[in-house]
Design a protein around this ligand. Structure first.
Ligand code: IMP
Length: 194
């Protein structure tokens, strides 16, 4: 059994990561209480994911894993991107961010193409670190649909025949197709090749 301590305190992300990695023999431990939150000061997902994983590994002396995700909308020049969590302001809720996104795209005809990108970084206390990524192509819906998932899921539609939003998928369905699932599969391959 491989074990990492998980940098994210986001319950949704933690649940998704554990559901995907658990059956593959990778266990994720909770971030210890009192481990300081790291400010995401880098301007790339890779930079921020590595920053979080390295900081936690140094604090705990354990192998650490961190996830950083962004939504990149073509008609907005790649926004909200690295700033996806704070798109509508420093303390924005998921709903605030979705409302702002739909308002910004109000004059943009469909299809409003976009992609989710997740970077997973791993850092070891000896100093070594690496990152892997996964992407999911989609379009931004004109209004929110579905009750599952979190964040921008209600407005992120799959491309192709199945045009459901990620929030209309079951947890298991999202965990097969998602950007995070793809990044985690890349992680498993990378760990196996080492
Ligand atoms: P973070 O900086 O990696 O925590 O994520 C940035 C923002 O992207 C979060 O606040 C969420 O709103 C959004 N986000 C991250 N992952 C997902 C996802 O799987 N679905 C929808 N939104 C997500």
């Amino acid at each position: 059994m491989v074990r990492f301590v998980l940098a994210t305190a986001n319950v949704h992300k933690g649940n998704e990561m554990r559901a995907i990695l658990g059956p593959l023999g990778i266990e994720l431990g909770d971030r210890p209480h009192g481990a300081a939150e790291v400010d995401e000061t880098e301007d790339t997902l890779e930079g921020n994911a590595l920053l979080k994983a390295r900081a936690l590994s140094q604090t705990t002396g354990l192998a650490a894993i961190a996830d950083d995700t962004g939504l990149f909308v073509d008609a907005l020049g790649g926004q909200p991107g690295v700033r996806s969590a704070r798109y509508a302001g420093e303390r924005a809720s998921y709903e605030d961010n979705v409302v702002k996104l739909l308002a910004e795209l109000a004059q943009t005809p469909e299809p409003r193409t976009a992609r989710f990108r997740t970077v997973i970084a791993v850092a070891y206390p000896e100093g070594e670190s690496f990152s892997v990524a996964g992407e999911l192509e989609g379009t931004i819906a004109v209004s929110a649909r579905g009750a599952g998932g979190f964040g921008y899921d209600p407005v992120f539609e799959l491309r192709g025949v199945d045009r459901r939003t990620l929030a209309e998928l079951s947890e298991n369905e999202k965990n097969v197709v998602s950007h995070r699932a793809r990044a985690l599969r890349a992680l498993v391959e990378e760990l196996a090749s080492r």
